[in-house]
Ligand binder design. Structure first.
Ligand code: CA2
Length: 146
């Protein structure tokens, strides 16, 4: 059966390509979804691609992924640095989790240097722009047990 990867995006990422191109580039979230779909196709996987500005939505999708997904790619955006609740939800998921950030968070403000999600993530990508999503999808697919 085809494996499904959930790709979850946190607050403000709906504005990708519309503001702050110096940090986040010119591509839109729709471009990111297309990139992920292509990387998943190459890996023989399906994707479910979601974005929300609300912490609870991300938690509900992680719960849904417990039964519906073999792996998770997550850019929790600002919740990366604040959300024990998202960490707790990810800790209930059995498959591989890859955390991705468009920007190189460790070159930015000190408050972006800590990630709760990294305490669960099996891999972390930061600073490769939206190409990081394709890398994350490809890597999470490789981590899914046969
Ligand atoms: O680099 C990343 O991917 C981040 O997860 C993006 C978050 C930021 O809080 C993290 O520290 C690093 C912010 C997402 C906001 O996205 C925007 C995109 C376009 C315009 C404005 C915001």
């Amino acid at each position: 059966m085809t494996k499904t990867i959930y790709i979850l995006n946190g607050p403000n990422l709906n504005l990708l390509g519309k503001r702050q191109p110096d940090i986040y580039g010119h591509a839109t979230l729709e471009d990111v979804e297309a990139l992920c779909a292509s990387a998943a196709k190459d890996a023989g996987c399906d994707i479910v691609f979601c974005q929300s500005n609300h912490e609870g939505d991300l938690i509900d999708w992680i719960h849904e992924a417990r039964d519906a997904a073999s792996g998770i790619v997550i850019n929790p955006a600002a919740f990366t640095h604040t959300s024990v609740a998202i960490l707790d939800a990810l800790n209930t998921f059995d498959g591989p989790v890859v955390e991705i950030h468009i920007s190189q968070v460790h070159k930015r403000e000190a408050f972006r240097h800590h990630s709760y999600v990294s305490m669960r993530a099996d891999g972390v990508l930061a600073g490769f722009g939206i190409d990081g999503y394709a890398m994350a999808v490809s890597q999470v697919a490789k981590m899914i047990p046969a």
